[in-house]
Design a protein around this ligand. Structure first.
Ligand SMILES: NC(=O)C1=CN([C@@H]2O[C@H](COP(=O)(O)OP(=O)(O)OC[C@H]3O[C@@H](n4cnc5c(N)ncnc54)[C@H](OP(=O)(O)O)[C@@H]3O)[C@@H](O)[C@H]2O)C=CC1
Ligand SMILES: CC(=O)[C@](C)(O)C(=O)O
Length: 333
């Protein structure tokens, strides 16, 4: 079993007296900045003058600088901007201010692993990758809990990089839940695989296919929504808390039989696709496609997101969620 690091295995000491620059103030950026500051770490934020996030970062009480100034002032520079703009930010704003006293940090290994960013050898480089959405990283921290994370050391020129990474993980609350040491390769490939084939791509495909199958067969869209989306959370909550066996303990025998037999058909169809998808990631084909998509102005990305925004399930869901105000616990901002 992998070694898991908890609060008692890490100390904030390596970050005390240091300045951490958080480049970006979005899902992860706001959470890391607020959690680090609440843990007693000096934080500044790096955002372009025209950034929509400047208002929120300023209202949250942070000193906000343009990225190059933030990089110049900081000891540790954490990239929490979209992966696709990190290479340009690095080249234009960070690299000119690098020396052996600086540390680069990431929350996803994409740009280091696929060599879109190649740091000088005398600079420490680590990753602290929360295994959950940024808003939950903040909400769990506020509740005294944490979102688990992966840490990886890419370069340890100083001999203290791992201590800094674990201190960072502790400061954002991750060691409350557990932190596993990995590599940039393992985090990048598993994260891309998970978000494409299980968590986001996998789940949304199942939800849409199920909903459309029922609606096209003439069933009411509201019934299809409750069956294929609303109830999914309840089932996943059981799996999250008790494992697959625990969830199956709670559902009916009829549902269990359907689960293990019809689920087997889905499993047999999907696993070969998943293996293909993992190979695409490992061979860099997905990375190349995503880099080129961004260079072309995201035509496919924008078109497919817009298509799904117009999906009937979004319209039905918005209406039904309005009748259950307790569902939307906190505004996603
Ligand atoms: N979302 C998640 O839960 C997770 C994300 N990650 C990783 O965290 C990193 C950040 O992702 P995420 O938080 O989702 O990003 P978001 O898209 O939520 O936020 C991006 C932030 O970067 C800002 N930004 C955009 N361009 C620049 C720039 N040139 N210089 C400085 N800031 C800029 C944006 O400002 P503006 O408002 O102006 O657009 C925004 O504040 C990525 O590496 C991602 O892979 C890792 C684990 C989970
Ligand atoms: C939340 C998370 O870790 C994801 C889905 O991989 C991401 O948003 O990058």
């Amino acid at each position: 079993m992998a070694k898991v690091y908890y609060d008692q295995d890490a100390t904030l000491e390596p970050l005390i007296g240091k300045t951490v620059a958080i480049l970006g103030y979005g899902s992860q950026g706001h959470a890391h900045a607020l959690n680090l500051r609440d843990s007693g770490i000096k934080v500044i934020v790096g955002l372009p003058e025209n950034s929509k996030s400047r208002k929120k970062a300023t209202e949250d009480g942070f000193e906000v600088y343009i990225p190059s100034e933030a990089a110049k002032r900081a000891d540790i520079i954490m990239f929490l901007t979209p992966d696709t703009v990190q290479p340009a930010i690095y080249k234009e704003c960070v690299e000119p201010h690098l020396d052996s006293s600086k540390t680069l940090a990431f929350a996803h290994g994409f740009n280091i692993h696929f060599k879109q960013i190649v740091p000088p050898k005398d600079v420490d480089v680590f990753m602290v990758a929360p295994k959950g959405p940024g808003h939950l990283v903040r909400w769990m921290y506020e509740e005294g809990k944490g979102v688990p994370a992966l840490v990886a050391i890419y370069q340890d020129a100083s001999g203290t990089c791992k201590d800094k990474a674990l201190a960072y993980a502790k400061a954002i609350g991750a060691t409350r839940a557990g932190v596993i040491e990995t590599t940039f390769k393992e985090e990048t490939e598993t994260d891309l695989f998970g978000e494409q084939w299980v968590l986001c791509g996998g789940v949304t495909a199942l939800i849409k296919a199920g909903f459309e199958t029922l609606v096209e067969a003439g069933y009411q869209p509201e019934v299809a929504y409750f069956e294929c989306l609303h109830e999914l959370k309840l089932i996943v909550d059981l799996i999250y808390q008790y494992g697959i066996a625990g969830m199956r303990y709670s559902i009916s025998d009829t549902a269990k039989y359907g689960d293990v037999t019809r689920g087997e058909r889905i499993y047999k169809m999907v696993k070969p696709l998943m293996k293909e998808g993992l190979e695409e990631i490992q061979k860099g084909e997905f990375a190349r496609e995503w880099v080129l998509e961004n260079q072309a102005g995201r035509p496919v990305f924008n078109a497919l997101l817009e298509r799904d925004r117009e999906h009937l399930i979004e319209k039905v869901g918005q209406e039904l969620r309005r009748m259950m105000p307790w569902i939307t616990q906190k505004e996603l901002k």
